[in-house]
Design a protein around this ligand. Structure first.
Ligand code: AGP
Length: 611
């Protein structure tokens, strides 16, 4: 979703902002812009389309300066066009503002400001905030920083904002409530950004801003305050990301790179945690809450999208191993339905980005109701990671492709580690635990094996790229993988796809089956294998085109299926980590062949920071 980057220092700012905006492209956007303060005053360039279009749209000498802000906009209020793009300026054009989030009371503000004579040129909610700041400044004669502060107290909604003024070439003002902002501290220079991606090549020193905080960047120093003007001492953190991790590194797409990185991502995820030699699992982030977690009467998992699918696998894992009832909820539903949470309930929020607005709201609701709230996040220092009581990081490395791949497999891996940890010295004998740890330990090597199906999947994709619909079916641990496979395909190739528990097929979806309907079965040799084979027979009998994912050495399905992809056998509890991979590859190759923008699919954002 929208991205902000800002800079104050001694380097030419326009190029630096353009590079920063390119790094933010993965978040999803439809227009881009920047504002630079220099000897010529304040200059703004903005337009619909890609950052590359914006970069081509102005000459270097147009935007000279060492202070500026940039923005990628993901439209909420008003269509994507040049006028609605950010930055927005006040009518006099002497300050410019970029904004992430939604000003919910923009209608009221707009009406009030229009009555006072303000003219609106865009359809955005943001413009109401710009004129509001201008109005406060005009009526009170306060300096811009103070006017911003006062205006923010009148705003209902969410914001991450950055502001520069033609009258003050030595100051950048930023503030957040509900939309992430990170301050980067360089040598004689400062940055502000929505996430770490634009910062990595400049500095590793960062300060995470919390809701209700403002940062004032000067050329030689910075101040962090609350919106109520109380000065704050903030801890400086070290960024973990490296530049190599956020670049394509020779791959055509981030998504493919991230699929191929899964063996190493899983190794990093388990490093120091899975300890076969001591027959234990150590999850440092849970040590302080382990007893409460073990005593949980019920666990509620909240998440969205792919993370929700991982949560469904978590339900199977935790119920099987820890014998604790688990419910999995869409965060967006949980937050509004006044959920019943009592003593002994533990809420686990799963979020790759750690910034998803609905999941964050669910976390806050659960905390408000007194539950112990844990986070499973990938982005270190993200809001959910900071607001939860404890948690486990994925350590999967940055995930840039909008379609989540390595985050999913690492989320399942973390949930498997949690399940085994909860079962340690309880429902599992030492020997059973040792078996589980051996399975986890062997996982990265098996993932390397699975990735060898890539070329075969590519050939399959040639055949299926023109399909208009797909069905994905699986059972048990692989039912959520069916949902995930369908989501992957629809989000990047725009082919309609549905996932179902295989046994549900006969209760409706079977009506869809004909020779034009590809049906992907996850048919690994587990407890439900025989039942799945019956379902495959049913589809084959109706001329559906079956693709099956099964174990190496299993030739039983060949006669029934168009394609059989064979992957190494693995213990059932972690099989989703293997079975998801051919489905990721299938959607990737189909999307590439259909000419889709794989890493930035239409309308989608990597980090969904609005409701
Ligand atoms: C995944 O491919 C999707 N793009 C999306 O469903 C995503 O998983 C969802 O928005 C949740 O994101 P989060 O894990 O960062 O909270």
């Amino acid at each position: 979703m929208c991205g902000i980057v800002g800079y104050i220092g001694d380097k030419p700012v326009a190029d630096l902002l353009i590079t920063g905006l390119r790094r933010l492209e993965y978040r999803g956007y439809d227009s881009a812009g920047l504002a630079v303060v220099g000897d010529e005053g304040l200059r703004v360039e903005k337009q619909k389309g890609k950052v590359s279009d914006l970069a081509e749209g102005f000459a270097e000498h147009d935007l000279v300066g060492t202070l500026g802000i940039g923005h990628t906009r993901w439209a909420t209020h008003g269509v994507p066009n040049d006028v609605n793009a950010h930055p927005h300026t006040n009518s006099a054009g002497d300050f410019a503002l970029v904004h992430n989030g939604i000003i919910e009371n923009y209608g009221v503000l707009r009406k009030r400001l229009k009555e006072k004579g303000y003219t609106f040129v865009s359809d955005t909610d943001t413009e109401a905030l710009v004129h509001l700041i201008d109005n406060v400044r005009a009526e009170t004669n306060l300096p811009l920083e103070e006017a911003v502060r006062q205006a923010l107290t009148q705003v209902i909604g969410t914001y991450g904002i950055a502001i520069v003024s033609a009258h003050d070439p030595n100051t950048l003002i930023a503030a957040r409530k509900g939309s992430p902002l990170i301050l980067g501290i360089g040598e004689g220079e400062y940055f502000i950004a929505s996430d770490a991606a634009p910062l990595v090549e400049h500095t590793r020193q960062v300060v995470y801003l919390n809701d209700g905080e403002m940062v004032i960047l000067h050329r030689e120093s910075y101040e962090v305050k609350t919106v109520e003007n109380v000065s704050l001492e903030k801890e400086v953190h070290e960024l973990e990301w490296s530049l190599g991790q956020i670049e394509k590194d020779g791959y055509d797409h981030f998504m493919f790179k991230e699929i191929m990185e899964q063996p190493e991502a899983l190794e990093d995820c388990m490093r120091g945690r899975v300890r076969p030699e001591e027959n234990t699992i150590v999850l440092g982030g849970l040590i302080d809450v382990l007893e409460r977690l073990r005593a949980a009467r019920r666990i509620v998992i909240v998440a969205c999208g792919t993370s929700w699918h991982a949560g469904l696998v978590g339900e199977y894992l935790i119920e099987q191993y820890a014998q604790v009832p688990v419910e999995v909820e869409y965060a967006s539903e949980f937050r509004y339905r006044d959920p019943i949470l009592g003593e002994g309930d533990v809420v686990i929020a799963i979020s790759q980005s750690g910034e998803t607005a609905d999941t964050l709201a669910a976390v806050r609701e659960a905390k408000r109701k007194g539950a112990l709230v844990l986070g499973i996040c990938n982005v270190v220092g993200s809001t959910i990671a900071r607001e939860t009581d404890a948690g486990v990081y994925l350590h999967a490395g940055p995930e840039i492709g909008v379609a989540s791949t390595k985050a999913f497999t690492c989320q399942v891996c973390v949930l498997a580690m949690i399940a085994l940890k909860l079962a340690e010295n309880r429902s599992l004998t030492d020997a059973e635990l040792a078996e589980g740890l051996r399975a986890l330990h062997a996982l990265p090597e098996k993932v390397r094996e699975v990735l060898k199906v890539n070329e075969e999947v590519q050939r399959m994709a040639q055949v299926y790229r023109y399909a208009s619909n797909f069905l994905y079916l699986g059972r048990g641990y692989n039912f959520p993988v069916a949902l995930e496979g369908a989501l992957k395909l629809k989000e990047i190739s725009y082919i309609h796809a549905e996932g179902y528990p295989a046994a549900e097929m006969k209760h409706g979806p079977i009506a869809l089956i004909d020779r034009f309907m590809p049906v992907v079965f996850i048919a690994t040799r587990d407890r439900t294998y025989d039942k799945i084979v019956s379902n495959i027979e049913e589809v084959a009998a109706r001329q559906g085109s079956v693709i099956a994912i099964t174990d190496q050495g299993n030739g039983e399905l060949d006669a029934l299926c168009e394609y059989v992809l064979r992957i190494p056998s693995i213990e059932e509890f972690i099989s989703p980590i293997l079975t998801a991979i051919p489905l990721q590859l299938l959607s990737y190759h189909i999307a590439v062949m259909r000419g889709c923008d794989v890493d930035q699919p239409r309308n989608l954002a990597k980090s969904v920071t609005v409701e």
